[in-house]
Design a protein around this ligand. Structure first.
Ligand SMILES: NC(=O)c1ccc[n+]([C@@H]2O[C@H](COP(=O)([O-])OP(=O)(O)OC[C@H]3O[C@@H](n4cnc5c(N)ncnc54)[C@H](O)[C@@H]3O)[C@@H](O)[C@H]2O)c1
Length: 256
């Protein structure tokens, strides 16, 4: 376990799925986590998970698309801690409409959360960050491929561009910015997915299974920690190899 004692870390979308796992792992590592999500109260899962760390997880209601909410959060962080050491732009939504059915509203809704939300988070937290701070944006294998839900894929490619631009601009201030790109992870987002999507994803994954939120959280913790002190601007897949083979897996499987 990496030691993050005294670090102050903001995690969005913390009520469930990967954000919950990241919150609990960071708190276990000793960090103080500002856990944010849409609801006025934390989810039952977050409440239960936070019980062993009553002082290390502080819940805040935040819609990541609202600049005013980020301004309030930044004021709170300034008054309570006077700094931010880590930001995980994890909150995300999807629309599964395909190319010829996707509406402008689909594209706007997904982009607002997945891209604008991350930009606002960076703008709110960077003024409180000192050299050594770290930002992790949660992308997707969709950002590394031509994944079929077109609005989601477009938003994650845009988030990847935002990440690299931020890494370039914030590097001279000693602030690192990286992307993790999860494959198919078992969370509320994917629990309602078409079973064919799960099966086809597993078929493309050399490790032959879906991933867990905890497996993504471990990589996020690494990127936030000083162990990744010289790592910035990278795209780090956490996908069991799904994005690694450029389509060669089905050929390899077919010829066995
Ligand atoms: N599950 C997967 O297979 C998978 C794969 C690749 C990438 N991702 C990405 O990982 C991240 C987490 O996904 P997950 O699977 O845990 O999803 P999830 O739906 O289980 O959790 C997302 C959380 O974000 C919150 N959220 C949504 N809109 C918000 C907003 N406007 N403001 C604040 N919070 C908001 C939700 O309330 C929810 O708690 C997302 O960015 C997602 O796109 C997920």
């Amino acid at each position: 376990m990496l030691d993050m004692t005294d670090a102050v870390v903001v995690i969005t979308g913390a009520n469930g799925g990967q954000g919950l796992a990241e919150t609990l792992l960071l708190a276990t590592s000793g960090a103080t986590v500002l856990a944010a999500d849409l609801t006025a109260e934390p989810s039952a899962a977050l409440k239960a998970g936070a019980a062993p760390h009553p002082d290390r997880i502080v819940y805040r209601q935040l819609d990541v698309t609202e600049p005013g909410g980020w301004a309030d959060l930044a004021e709170f962080l300034h008054d309570e801690h006077a700094r931010v050491d880590g930001l995980v732009n994890n909150a995300g939504i999807t629309r599964r409409s395909r190319l010829l059915e996707a509406t402008p509203a689909d594209l706007a809704a997904v982009s607002e959360v997945n891209v604008t939300g991350a930009l606002l988070g960076i703008q709110a937290c960077v003024p409180l960050m000192k050299p050594g701070a770290s930002i992790v944006n949660v992308g997707s294998v969709a950002a590394l491929s031509g994944h079929y839900p077109v609005a989601y894929t477009a938003s994650k490619w845009a988030l990847r561009g935002l990440t690299i631009a931020a890494a370039t601009e914030l590097g001279p201030r000693g602030i690192r910015v990286n992307s993790v790109h999860p494959g198919f992870i078992e969370t509320p987002m994917t629990s309602g997915a078409n079973p064919a999507f799960r099966e086809a994803s597993i078929a493309e994954t050399p490790l032959g299974r879906t991933g867990t939120p905890e497996e993504v959280a471990a990589v996020v913790l690494f990127l936030l920690s000083p162990m990744a002190a010289f790592v910035t601007g990278v795209d780090l897949p956490v996908d069991g190899g799904q994005s690694s083979h450029g389509g060669a897996k089905s050929i390899s499987d077919a010829l066995q």
